[in-house]
Write a protein that binds this ligand. Sequence first.
Ligand code: AKG
Ligand code: FE2
Length: 362
Amino acid sequence: MSRPTTLTALAEEKTLGSSFVRDEDERPKVAYDEFSDAIPVISLAGIEGPARADVCRKIVEACEDWGVFQVVDHGVDTKLVAEMTRLAREFFALSPEDKLRFDMSGGKKGGFIVSSHLQGEAVQDWREIVTYFSYPIRNRDYSRWPDKPEGWVKVTEQYSESLMGLACKLLEVLSEAMGLEKEALTKACVDMDQKVVVNYYPKCPQPDLTLGLKRHTDPGTITLLLQDQVGGLQATRDNGKTWITVQPVEGAFVVNLGDHGHFLSNGRFKNADHQAVVNSNHSRLSIATFQNPAPDATVYPLKVREGDKCIMEEPITFAEMYRRKMSKDLELARLKKLAKEKQLEDSEKAKLEAKPIEQILA
Ligand SMILES: O=C(O)CCC(=O)C(=O)O
Ligand SMILES: [Fe+2]
């Protein structure tokens, strides 16, 4: 099947196109709406007052446990969040032509695309995205920011700034927990990058065969995810054997630590291993705001606790860390493909060996 230009049309189909069908071991194991309360919901209400120690302890525990937690009473204006959500929904409701005016295939930095911005993925994700790069401000390329719906640029700018504030506040907590000065983690990012990815997952005809977003860890420092009430974000901490679906909480942000956060803490804080599943009842919207270090920022543990071994052999740049991650992913995909081919070959051989010799010679 040729690659669709948008997914919205496919949502009406009865069967899933083969380019979206995943290997059995990658398919969802838990339903999109079978919610778990394993991921703590933490109120930041008292964070600047006497309750600070208690709030920080909860955050640190969650980072050590899953690398994921949810925050409420986080100080981001409810109206701004509602506006951002409304505009994001309106964007995906635009005509394919309007969305494709910002087509980012071919490596453009920011805009609209189906499935994934990474080229050469073997199986497609059941999602559409619109993305923009918001920090550092001097690098903003407004020509890649949608000019529709009306108000997009103004609201997305405010949203980005507000979430950058929240992310830095959370990084302060983690810096302190590592026994470092408050600014240690943000300073290690040199000049913090921020990218916002709005994910839209249309209803899917055969959701059990595919994923909205395949299993991954975010590469950066810290991600703030706003999700609607449908459900679909899943996390694992046993390398994909078991999964939980994160309970949507109205007004909350899901906080995920990424690879950079993991390395800087010498592995003390987990990099959240997660994916998004889809369903045939509802479309779903999520907005992921990624805070990443500058490409040439150094990735190396800021603190190795007594008795621990350093998990990195040498300091590398974030760009190099990312390159190694990508090439590891490609290598894993290659090995998997080889194993599958070998399995097929072995089963053909076994069939042949089971046949009576007269049939083979006939
Ligand atoms: O949509 C979701 O729940 C997950 C999104 C996500 O993990 C991402 O955009 O990196
Ligand atoms: Fe993610």
